[in-house]
Design a protein around this ligand. Structure first.
Ligand code: KG4
Ligand code: ZN
Length: 358
């Protein structure tokens, strides 16, 4: 069974072709390509929806061609066409979903609308065998630019939301703090790079809502904002002055910048780790998984892996190329759903606020 998937929920245009195997050895990724728009959005410090959708229109047809060539298959041999149906930017989701529907109609094959969060959620199982039967019960942490969630996974399509962020997502906090520090977008990889040479104990930053199953990162971001003028030795006299100062990207000495990045990163890791382990204990699973762009962070992966080991949980994460937005994870979720007998109506509309659990 071969599935072609498009992912255009935000600022990455991605196409992948995935073939399921009969021998229970896990699916074969025939091609997976991502056209990044980081350069186009970087100069605005964030994503501009109009630019994203225009770029999807340019990149998606090119990627369809190049993935078909790379996988050496004819599109008529594809068994189903899938696209991210939400959550995401409406005008971006529309591009991928319309193309997948068009292909499904043209070739007379099923269409599947996949929830972006389910794509992330299942990605740690990508290299595993046994298809949907391989999706074991687990507590899953999704950490991306748009979402921070803890999910209890019972089986494929059977999920329960344990907790979610009440304000900023972890990736969003990385991006916003990076912007304050004058680092380039996306901020997560930049902060991680600088944090490698920094002292995570140098600056005391808050670990919010540790007693709750929900998350909050906006207090941490604000704490960094108010720490910055103090670090540069500029104490604010008036609220207006304070606002002006806190909106300025600061130029810090290299070692102070490294220490601040390390302290900030560690505050995020502590919160994610504490809540994930507590949830795994409470819900009595033996497996913990992590996915989403922030799970590329090597220090998070290392510390979460160690914490799972100490507490007797198996730990699974996806390889980095499957953590940030990509179409292979959408194709994988589509393949598992197709094998389980699901398909979507062609009339199914995209939903920018699509929930993982309806
Ligand atoms: O999953 P993703 O590619 O897109 C969304 O669905 O949002 O996640 C993007 C987020 C960005 O906020 C980016 O800063 C963050 O993932 N990120 C990282 C790292 N790589 C990407 N955060 C921390 N450390 C990283 N190495
Ligand atoms: Zn994502």
């Amino acid at each position: 069974m071969t599935v072609l998937a498009l992912e255009t929920s935000c600022d990455e245009t991605a196409v992948a072709i995935l073939r399921g195997r009969d021998d229970r050895s896990g699916p074969e990724l025939l091609a997976s390509e991502v056209a990044s728009q980081i350069a186009e959005h970087g100069k605005y410090g964030g994503i501009v929806p109009e630019i994203a959708s225009r770029n999807h229109l340019v990149y998606a047809p090119r990627l369809l061609n190049s993935t078909a060539m790379a996988s050496k298959i004819d599109l008529s041999d594809v068994d189903a066409f899938a696209a991210t149906g939400g959550p995401g930017l409406a005008s971006s989701l529309m591009v991928g979903a319309s193309i997948a529907k068009g292909l499904a109609i043209g070739f007379g094959k099923p269409y599947l609308a996949i929830n972006h969060l389910e794509g992330h959620l299942l990605s740690p199982f990508f290299s595993g065998a046994d298809g949907e039967a391989g999706i074991r019960p687990n507590v899953s942490l999704i950490v991306s630019g748009g979402h921070t969630m803890l999910i209890r996974v019972h089986a494929l399509c059977d999920y329960q939301v344990i907790g979610r962020t009440v304000d900023d997502a972890a990736g969003e906090a990385f991006d916003k703090v990076a912007k304050m520090l004058g680092l380039t977008y996306p901020g997560g990889p930049e902060i991680e790079k600088l944090a490698r040479n920094g002292d995570p104990n140098r600056f005391g930053l808050p670990r919010s809502m540790l007693g709750s199953e929900n998350f909050s990162f906006s207090g941490l971001k604000t704490a960094v904002r108010y720490l910055l003028p103090k670090i540069v030795g500029r104490f604010c006299e008036t609220p207006g002055e304070e606002r002006r100062l806190t909106q300025t990207p600061y130029k810090l000495d290299d070692h102070v910048l490294n220490d601040l990045c390390a302290s900030f990163q560690q505050a995020i890791i502590d919160v994610l780790m504490t809540k994930t382990i507590a949830a795994a204990q409470k819900y009595d699973v033996d497996l913990v998984t992590v996915s989403g762009g922030v799970s590329c962070n090597q220090e998070l992966r290392r510390q979460l892996h160690e914490a799972c080991g100490r507490n007797g949980f198996e730990f699974k994460n996806a390889e980095p190329s499957l953590c940030t937005d990509n179409a292979a994870m959408i194709a994988f979720a589509a393949l598992l759903r197709l094998q389980a007998g699901f398909e979507s109506e062609l009339t199914e509309e995209i939903d920018p606020n699509l929930a993982l659990v309806r």
